[in-house]
Write a new protein. Structure first.
Ligand code: XMP
Length: 516
């Protein structure tokens, strides 16, 4: 079911920046989707793309197992833009030649633009010099028949190319990254100039189209939604509610692993600030019992996930004849990424996976086309307040995966107190919204300290604060020493049983954001 009249299809050849291409295009209010390069020609034709982009990728076109897309795409009558590997592939498929460059060109390069039409329309009169971002080993050596050069760089005589008559163009560099200063202009010229798109994909139009879609699909049936208080499930609930009102029931399960006061705050918010129909279930005791004596991270995750399904299912059954489950799946979860294909999951993430089959529910996933920042924008457009939209991500298994070793009411209590201090200080100092996540972790060791005149032998809290765009990679946040000092002092002075605080300075990869 697709409601987009215009769309740019990106074929992914495994570049790390493929998602960025889609985001850059969506920022121009044109809808864009990523598909693996293996997409069949018939399916691609059925999608009626307004334009096609061939992404970059780590391979060489002449590798034995090089990713090669169907050459029939050049006969669809649709503009095609090749980026890096995509430009090399286009050259070879159209009859030109690509070779290993003597020197790998990586990083910033100077582009000399020789043609100020097509991708370079509206830019300075030729020759103009622009900074671009390169990352390639091969380069185009001989243009395919019909192609001409648009720009050169120090190591690439054909840094940008175009077909003299057909709407095909290629760039050896990456227009989607911020270091390519003219990147946005190039992508704009492709989508608006070559593809003739209209910038009408806005959150407003998205809401109208999606509401209509949900209404048509659901009819008079009942829908349930697992509400966690996080951004995604809140936005899903608001969206589905706008479409079908009280045919939607939200279920909030308190698993006893929430931050201090969080469950109460979430329920108060939904009851006072929205018209959502929310059932809440306090299952804290049940979860604590399930987790008693369990120290293995995967086992904890499994028990929490399983317990959640049990309780949710029981509640849903009480409602009777529910047909749909609304879920906050986002676009990065559904892209069939060429890079990550076939890799085993690192942690079993807890979401409502498993429920649809067990309860024979059909899924409604209104966010499956959106990136996280778009979900936030959508939430604001739906009228959710900023405090709900800019809340830091909180994992489904909650504090359960922030207590290393066994979970007990006493250890939860220590972590909760430390965690409140971290949040208070982050908010007071204005850092809460600058970082991706900031939280405390309770370690399974005790260390020696001295307090007053006496020796102590107590717990250690690790502080974890990271910067990230999408949680795929992250770096530890460079918080001011004064702030770190204040958090440490307060935790040690105010939380009984803690005599040491350490700061986690690991990036992801090779570490992960959560400790378990
Ligand atoms: P990791 O630890 O894998 O975390 O680097 C990446 C992001 O995902 C969050 N996270 C989870 N979220 N269920 C969730 O809903 C989970 O099981 C889960 N595990 C980790 C984590 O907080 C970070 O933002």
């Amino acid at each position: 079911m697709s409601t987009h009249t215009q769309k740019i299809i990106i074929l992914d050849f495994g570049s790390q920046t493929t998602q960025l291409i889609a985001r850059r295009i969506r920022e121009q209010k044109v809808y864009s989707e990523i598909h693996p390069y293996t997409l069949e020609l018939d399916r691609l034709r059925d999608m009626q793309p307004t334009g096609i982009i061939l992404s970059g990728g780590p391979a060489s076109v002449y590798d034995e197992d090089a990713p090669i897309s169907d050459p029939g795409i050049y006969d669809l009558g649709v503009p095609v833009l090749g980026i890096c590997y995509g430009a090399q592939l286009m050259t070879v498929q159209q009859g030109g030649r690509v070779e290993k460059a003597e020197k790998r060109e990586f990083g910033k390069a100077e582009l000399t633009v020789e043609y100020t039409g097509g991708l370079f329309a509206g830019m300075e009169v030729a020759p103009a010099h622009h900074q671009v971002w390169m990352s390639h080993g091969d380069r185009i050596e001989e243009l395919a028949p019909g192609f001409v050069v648009s720009a050169t760089s120090g190591h690439s005589p054909y840094a940008a190319i175009r077909h003299a008559e057909k709407p095909f163009a290629g760039v050896q560099f990456h227009p989607e990254v911020a270091h390519t200063l003219i990147g946005t202009d190039i992508l704009r010229n492709f989508i608006f100039g070559l593809c003739n798109c209209t910038p009408d994909w806005t959150m407003h139009s998205f809401i109208d189209a999606t509401v209509a879609e949900i209404r048509a699909k659901v009819g008079s049936d009942k829908v349930i939604c697992a509400l966690s208080g996080g951004v995604d499930s809140s936005v899903v609930a608001a969206m589905v509610h706008r479409a079908i009102g009280n045919q939607l029931t939200c279920i909030y399960v308190n698993n006893g692993l929430m931050r201090t006061g969080e469950s109460e705050a979430i329920l108060r918010f939904f009851r006072e600030k929205t018209d959502l129909n929310v059932i809440d279930v306090d299952a804290s005791e049940y979860f604590l019992k399930q987790l008693d004596g369990i120290a293995d991270p995967e086992e904890k995750r499994k028990r929490i996930g399983y317990g959640f399904i049990e309780i949710f299912e029981a509640e849903a059954k009480k409602l009777g004849d529910v047909r749909y489950l609304a879920q906050g799946t986002l676009y990065p979860d559904v892209i069939e990424s060429v890079v990550f294909r076939g890799k085993a999951p690192i942690k079993s993430h807890h979401n409502v996976g498993g429920l649809p089959e067990r309860m024979q529910l059909e899924l409604i996933e209104p966010l499956r086309e959106l990136f996280k920042d778009e979900v936030r924008e959508l939430g604001l457009e739906l009228g959710l307040p900023e405090e709900a939209i800019y809340r830091q991500p909180f994992p489904g298994p909650g504090l359960g995966i922030r207590i290393m070793g066994g979970i007990s009411a006493e250890r939860l209590n220590i972590l909760r107190q430390a965690d409140v201090i971290v949040l208070e200080e982050m908010k007071d100092s204005g850092w809460y919204r600058k970082v991706w996540q900031s939280f405390a972790v309770l370690l399974p060791i005790q260390t020696v300290g001295v307090m007053g005149d006496g020796r102590t032998y107590e717990h250690v809290i690790a502080l974890r604060c990271v910067d990230s765009r999408d949680a795929m990679t992250a770096d530890w946040s460079h918080l001011p020493y004064e702030l770190l000092g204040r958090i440490s002092n307060r935790i040690i002075n105010e939380v009984r049983g803690v005599n040491r605080v350490v700061y986690d300075i690991s990036s992801k990869p090779p570490s992960t954001i959560e400790w378990e």
